[in-house]
Design a binder for this molecule. Structure first.
Ligand code: ADP
Length: 187
């Protein structure tokens, strides 16, 4: 496993190459869909590795609030995973870029961070939301992810921020190269 790291106030942003289901963190983030009933990609991997209890909690959330809107986030426990909680956020499908995709993707990162803060999470791991089945251009997605997380960390720096670690978990080499370049260049 290789790592690159950048510090923003009290929080380290760390790049990890690998499978997010293996990450030990207070929160891992799932790139879910609005139904919350599971899908392919990282969503499928999280439900497979985490077991039925995650899906059962998702079903309860669905019954309560009818799923999850694009750009929003909900939280469950993490079943058999090494993480404590899973935040399920719904990334936008890329439709050319004029359908609010950038704003909605930023919302995924921001809303996940503030939900994690409500749960006093010390660490959170993000996958590269929307860059798989939802076809968001990887370069632009990485810019939005890093900028949104860094802005968030700067905006909460003078509060009792408990977040110590943000991990970006890159599954494919293309995303890893993109993130590594942006971190090294100091985004
Ligand atoms: P979306 O529908 O939001 O595009 P996907 O799961 O299809 O979600 O893809 C999002 C990103 O998750 C992609 O970059 C893909 O390479 C990555 N990914 C797939 N499986 C895993 C995994 N087990 N751990 C971390 N990232 C993963």
């Amino acid at each position: 496993m290789m790592r690159d790291c950048l510090k923003v106030n009290q929080t380290s942003i760390t790049l990890i190459k690998g499978d997010i289901t293996k990450i030990t963190a207070d929160v891992i983030v799932n790139a879910a869909n609005s139904s919350l009933l599971g899908g392919g990609g990282v969503d499928g991997a999280i439900h497979r590795a985490g077991g039925r209890s995650i899906l059962e909690e998702c079903v309860q959330i669905r019954e309560r609030q009818g799923g999850c809107a694009v750009g929003e986030a909900v939280i469950t426990t993490a079943g058999n995973l090494p993480a404590h909680h899973v935040i399920h956020t719904v990334g936008p499908v890329w439709n050319g870029g004029n359908q609010g995709e950038a704003r909605l993707l930023a919302g995924c990162y921001r809303n996940s961070l503030s939900l994690a803060a409500e749960y006093n999470a010390k660490s959170i791991a993000f996958p590269n939301i929307s860059t798989g089945i939802y076809r968001f251009p990887k370069q632009l997605a990485a810019e939005i992810a890093l900028e949104t997380v860094i802005d968030y960390l700067n905006s909460v720096s003078d509060q009792t921020g408990t977040l110590e670690q943000v991990y970006f978990v890159c599954f494919d080499d293309e995303n890893l190269d993109i993130y590594r370049n942006k971190l090294v260049l100091g985004e």
